[in-house]
Design a protein around this ligand. Structure first.
Ligand SMILES: Cc1cc2nc3c(=O)[nH]c(=O)nc-3n(C[C@H](O)[C@H](O)[C@H](O)COP(=O)(O)O)c2cc1C
Length: 181
């Protein structure tokens, strides 16, 4: 089984995970923006930053998927992914983005990234400011853990990158490569 790691990252946290994963598994790594084809691979680990519930770069990447590919998807977001409710929310959003025909061949993993508001581009700053204003109108009881995390980290620099979270992905990759021997 031949695999590759592809990542979609705007501010670098997903790229950090992708590079570490490549280091620990020996798989090649490619930014989705530079990816030409995955035709020579049996499986792809796609790591993408979450932006308004969507996986960065996946729309573009999807066009390159062939029918026999095994997909492993890792989301990288701010929400605490030890919280089952947050995971459910992320998966619900992914359902709108990933075609149903692919679901049977996908394994999904969740990683936590970070944010530095001073580095955000204008579009993202505006989006976060609108979201913040919207959330502030909610009563505390109606806020999800995701909402609270967003409010608590607003305008700050936070980094939850933890390579330990890669362990389940590494285990599955190693098992898949082993199956082939
Ligand atoms: C405009 C914007 C929207 C975001 N939307 C989400 C989201 O829906 N869920 C989430 O968990 N994190 C969200 N985040 C946080 C990012 O997913 C997080 O910063 C991630 O680490 C970014 O990955 P990158 O550094 O590889 O670009 C958002 C961040 C920005 C700036």
């Amino acid at each position: 089984m031949k695999g590759i790691i592809v990542y979609g990252s705007q501010y670098g946290t997903t790229k950090q995970y992708a590079k570490e994963l490549s280091k620990q598994t020996g798989l090649p790594i490619e930014n989705e923006q530079n990816l030409v084809t995955i035709d020579h691979y049996d499986f792809v680990v796609y790591l993408g930053g979450l932006y308004a519930g969507g996986l960065k770069g996946f729309k573009n990447f999807q066009k390159k998927i062939h029918s026999n590919i095994k997909l492993m998807i890792g989301t990288v977001g701010l929400a605490d992914v030890t919280d089952e409710k947050n995971i459910q929310n992320i998966r619900q959003s992914l359902k709108h983005q990933i075609p149903q025909s692919l679901w049977h061949s996908i394994t999904i993993y969740h990683l936590r990234g970070g944010i530095d508001y001073s580095k955000l581009n204008l579009k993202h700053k505006t989006m976060m400011s609108l979201l913040y204003k919207m959330l502030k109108k909610k009563s505390r009881e109606n806020m999800s853990a995701e909402d609270l995390a967003m409010i608590e980290t607003y305008h700050k620099q936070v980094n939850f990158v933890d390579f330990e979270m890669l362990k389940p992905i590494i285990k599955d990759i190693k098992n898949m490569i082993k199956e082939d021997l």
